[in-house]
Design a protein. Sequence first.
Length: 271
Amino acid sequence: MRRRRGGSAFAFAVAIALALVALAGCAGQADAGSGEAPSASRTPAAGLSGTLTVFAAASLTDTFDALADQFEGQHPSADVVVNYGGSSALAQQIIAGAPADVFAAASEATMQTVVDEALAADPVVFATNTLELIVPVGNRAGVESLADLSRPELAIALCDPVVPCGAAAEKLLAAVGVTAAPDTLEEDVKAVVTKVLLGEADAGLVYVTDVRAAGEEVEGIDVPEADAAVNLYPAARIATAPNPELAEAWITMLTGPAGKAALTEAGFGAP
């Protein structure tokens, strides 16, 4: 059975986990004097089993859900738990000590913050993504191009620049000389989609894959200049991974034929 978490509920769980990590450290010191070998030195059980915890950018939600089903089918004794959210927030959770096996970010810059803390090494880029305008069905505001994001009478939703989709939007808008007038800056790309779906925004700027995932509930408007801000998606095993064997198996699947097929179907580009 798979459990997927996000938002405040997972943040609370992370806080509890960090507290347990601190307690485990104290217990480990006590055990050190007993002469018992630490658990890390014990021979792992045969086969792949246990819980795989993946921290993944919100834009990967549908793709990773599908891949998690495949992974659990291949490894019946494994459970996949995916924490989706803004990449920068996920990176900070990992740096703070949240237990994670794999991190899949929506930008190399965000991944680098984890690498710089010696918590990951040799991340592999497994996909690319570009931006597209998203509007409610019917496009009541008559949005046609990026220039419309500067119209003060419109309700505009963008990702916060601290997360990869927001950084990409900022780069793209600067490249075309548009000064946007956002009414809201969201913590991840799915939140921008939700604003549009609920009719709370006349337009937003999200990944092509998120427009596709929303289906007929929204409309997408191509952005010819989108190649000015292409996001590269890297993944890496976390150095402190509780289940490193499962982590390596997940990354192998992600970068293999199954992963490539799922990513292509969702609209992601090749690395």
